[in-house]
Write a protein that binds this ligand. Structure first.
Ligand SMILES: *Cc1c(COP(=O)(O)O)cnc(C)c1O
Length: 397
């Protein structure tokens, strides 16, 4: 049965009704861009939301805007966790800035805040906490650490859209924030990104960049529509197996690349977001329920070590450690939805040419040991039970 069967490690469904609205968007039957933008501003209680082609593009635009506002050429370093999505350093390089790293805490996957003060300098333009897997970063602590210094906080909530922390939504807790609407994020428009900010000066700078961005051509919008149709079908285990084994589709892989386009979002993508509020709520409810289930199942089970996060949050994937798992078992469990990410710490990305690159031992060991379980809405209860039972059996051996 496990042959030709692969449960997606993360998934954000696209429904037939979404495709219909996307097509209407392509034909400009309705201004979905404006509708989406207004709904975002209302939901996040924020003055400005901007719609971009991807999370990477959003981050690049943010960084360029902040660099111009700082108006100091020596402030050209951006501080990020040494373990995060490869798109984060790629955006920094694309913006013409330098990547600086800080090691992480393996219990939260957030910065190791005890190391942070020594990592921030006069050259630091911005710090990017990443709320990995939807576990909210400790931005209040970060704010205390940088108090009095001219350092921007970029709240990267690419994996935490709709997650709230002490009554505040992830993405709105820094000077500026971003979300990703890529496949497999909290909900998807095939590709897409959002910038949110309350700061008037930053919004003005971002707006300047936006007016010079390329737009999607009709042909490339049509390609988005076709991809949306494929995604709407592919998330079933049998078809996902084909996709995961199809060379060139790059399903599930992590690559470092600075060659991405900087565009404003198209009306075809915004059409896919026509009822995003409802989708985000239902997808995140499933994530929350699965997160709670895993915490409960693994409580008191010593072989599985979970994060010190919030058991009530909606994790994008459920991260944990299990020692001594063998390759053969790993491959079998991957077909059941388990995943590993990211392949290495940021200092080991060859393109970034870090010199003395063993300074981030925790990030490096986490990248080798961390496992993730699915939390998405297509992951059903019987698959979930099966996966947890198999992990417990491995843990007992
Ligand atoms: C996915 C992701 C991004 C980039 O978003 P894309 O839309 O894929 O470009 C940035 N930061 C984090 C933490 C992410 O997970």
């Amino acid at each position: 049965m496990t042959y030709f069967y692969h449960i997606p490690p993360s998934a954000a469904p696209i429904y037939l009704k979404d495709i219909h609205n996307s097509l209407r968007g392509l034909l400009y039957a309705e201004d979905y861009l404006q509708k989406f933008q207004r709904e975002l501003e209302e939901y996040f209680q924020i003055r400005n939301a901007f719609l971009i082609s991807s999370g990477r593009a959003a981050l690049t635009i943010i960084l360029r805007a902040l660099f111009r506002i700082a108006a100091d050429d020596s402030k050209n370093e951006v501080l990020i966790p040494a373990y995060t999505c490869y798109s984060v350093p790629a955006s920094i390089i694309r913006a013409g800035l330098k990547v600086r790293l800080c090691d992480i805490d393996q219990n939260t996957l957030d910065f190791d805040y005890s190391l942070l003060p020594d990592t921030i300098s006069e050259r630091t333009l911005a710090v990017i906490p990443c709320s990995l897997f939807g576990i909210p970063s400790d931005i209040e602590r970060l704010q205390n650490i940088i108090a009095g210094r001219k350092v921007f906080i970029i709240d990267d909530a690419a994996q935490a859209m709709g997650v709230s922390v002490n009554g505040r939504l992830a993405g709105t807790r820094g000077d500026i924030g971003l979300f990703s609407l890529d496949r497999g994020k909290n909900f998807t428009t095939v590709e897409g990104g959002i910038i949110v900010t309350n700061r008037v000066d930053i919004a003005e700078e971002v707006k300047k960049t936006l007016s010079s961005l390329d737009e999607y051509t009709k042909v490339s919008q049509f390609v988005i529509l076709i991809k949306a149709i494929i995604i709407s079908q592919i998330l079933r285990p049998f078809l996902y197996w084909i996709a995961a084994n199809f060379p060139g589709l790059g399903v599930g892989g992590t690559f470092y690349s600075t060659r991405f386009s900087l565009k404003s979002m198209s009306n075809t993508q915004a059409g896919l977001a026509w009822n995003w509020l409802e989708k985000l709520a239902s997808f995140n409810l499933a994530r929350k329920e699965n997160t709670e289930y895993y915490y409960k199942e693994f409580a008191g089970f010593r072989a599985v070590r979970c994060m010190k996060g919030n058991p009530e949050a909606a994790y994008h994937r459920f991260p944990f450690f299990l020692n001594g798992i063998k390759n053969k078992e790993m491959n079998r469990l991957k077909l059941l939805g388990m995943s590993q990410r990211y392949p290495d710490s940021i200092d080991h990305i060859p393109e970034l040419k870090f010199q003395n690159n063993n300074n981030y031992p925790v990030a490096s060991s986490v990248s080798k040991k961390l496992l993730c379980l699915p939390t998405h809405i297509y992951f059903n209860k019987s698959s979930r039970q099966k996966l947890v039972q198999q992990l417990k059996k491995l843990g007992r051996n």
